[in-house]
Design a protein around this ligand. Structure first.
Ligand code: H2U
Ligand code: ZN
Length: 346
């Protein structure tokens, strides 16, 4: 047990995190967050995502019965920038044009239900929609990477409690997947096998950071976690993307996502905020051989010790290096001890 200050190495980003286990009990006199609203209506006439309602710009949502996808009305990327000439890049002032597409994906017509409260088949339908989006956007010639993500909770800057996610598809490989691609390719070259297959095998053998698993997926607090209750969700099989999953694996992914998010909500008996997203193999010619990429999801929740105390990434973190007090093993232990029956259903 490492109970003294130490640094841990993140094999995926090849960055360090400072861990200070002796410090976990320090008093907190700082900012206290509001707890999320507990009882939302099934339909909200002021919500821009509810069926039949008007969005910014005047478009009306259809009376959708399951998942619903639309082009983001305030898209951060435009599809035709790729035609623009290269900006001058031969100085210290480097800029390149970027093109892409941004969409919003509603999980359900219900305003009040989050992932752990949706049924198994409803979550499978959400995964099916993410998969279709990955395939469709990834096939475009100017798209090389598809990022599916969910911002959940006002604490994460999410604008609306209606359950939804986003997909941003870009012509360039963004920073985070670029670091992970380099690390996975490096391990593949050095060892002739996959970094995350090797890592998962060791985590399963040790068991101390595993939170939940099924036949096709494992959820664990990674050894190098930065966020207090961070989770890395790994496929058992070496696949690159949602589009590579067998139907039985889609069911297993839905099962584990529901169980992990139920544990999250049960931790402080609130709708647990996080940013989560899938890291999938690049879709274009950025990747000479995509074989090293291992499909996974990251969950980054900001809460630390209660529903109202969040971890701030400030000071030392901004200027020097990420730091945590609670160890990954302690966090996994807390999450493992929780029920998978959602507290609202008890
Ligand atoms: P969050 O997941 O961070 O809440 O973002 C929701 C997205 O919904 C955000 O990117 C878009 C915003 O641009 N949006 C629309 O496309 N139409 C609207 O009418 C409001 C919000
Ligand atoms: Zn709504």
């Amino acid at each position: 047990m490492l109970d003294f200050p130490h640094r841990r190495f993140n094999q995926l980003t090849r960055e360090w995190v400072l861990v200070s286990p002796h410090r976990a009990k320090r008093p907190w006199l700082g900012q206290v967050e509001k707890t999320p609203l507990q009882n939302l209506p099934a339909y909200d006439s002021t919500c821009y995502l509810c069926p039949g309602n008007e969005r910014a710009g005047g478009v009306k949502n259809p009376a959708y019965p399951a998942t619903f996808v639309f082009d983001n009305d305030f898209a951060a990327l435009l599809p035709d920038t790729h035609a623009a000439p290269e900006l001058p890049g031969d100085s210290l002032f480097v800029a390149v044009p970027e093109s892409g597409l941004c969409r919003v994906i509603c999980f359900s017509p219900r305003h009040d239900l989050t992932l752990p409260e949706l049924s198994q088949s409803e979550v499978e339908a959400v995964i099916g929609t993410w998969t279709d989006q990955t395939r469709e956007l990834g096939q475009r010639d100017f798209i090389n990477y598809v990022q599916v993500f969910e911002n959940k909770g006002a604490m994460m800057g999410c604008s609306n409690p209606h359950p939804h996610s986003q997909v941003w598809a870009t012509s360039h490989l963004p920073n985070e997947p670029a670091k992970e691609l380099a690390a996975q390719n490096r391990h593949w070259l050095q060892h002739q096998h996959c970094l995350l297959c090797d890592y998962l095998a060791e985590e399963i053998e040790s068991g101390e950071r595993i939170v939940a698993s099924n036949e096709a997926f494992t959820a664990l607090v990674p050894f190098w976690a930065v966020w207090p209750f961070e989770i890395l969700l790994l496929s058992q099989r070496h696949v690159g993307a949602l589009t590579d999953l067998e139907p039985s694996e889609v069911s297993a992914l839905a099962d584990l996502m529901r169980r992990v998010t139920a544990r999250y909500d049960n931790l402080f008996e609130i709708s647990f905020p996080y940013s989560m997203g899938f890291h999938q193999a690049p879709t274009g010619d950025q990747l000479p051989d995509g074989e090293a990429w291992h499909f996974h999801a990251h969950f980054y929740p900001p809460l630390l010790r209660s529903a109202t105390v969040k971890k701030f990434m400030v000071g030392y973190e901004m200027l020097a290096e990420a730091q945590r007090d609670l160890t990954a093993e302690q966090a996994a232990d807390r999450l493992r001890g929780l029920s998978e029956v959602h507290y609202k259903a008890r």
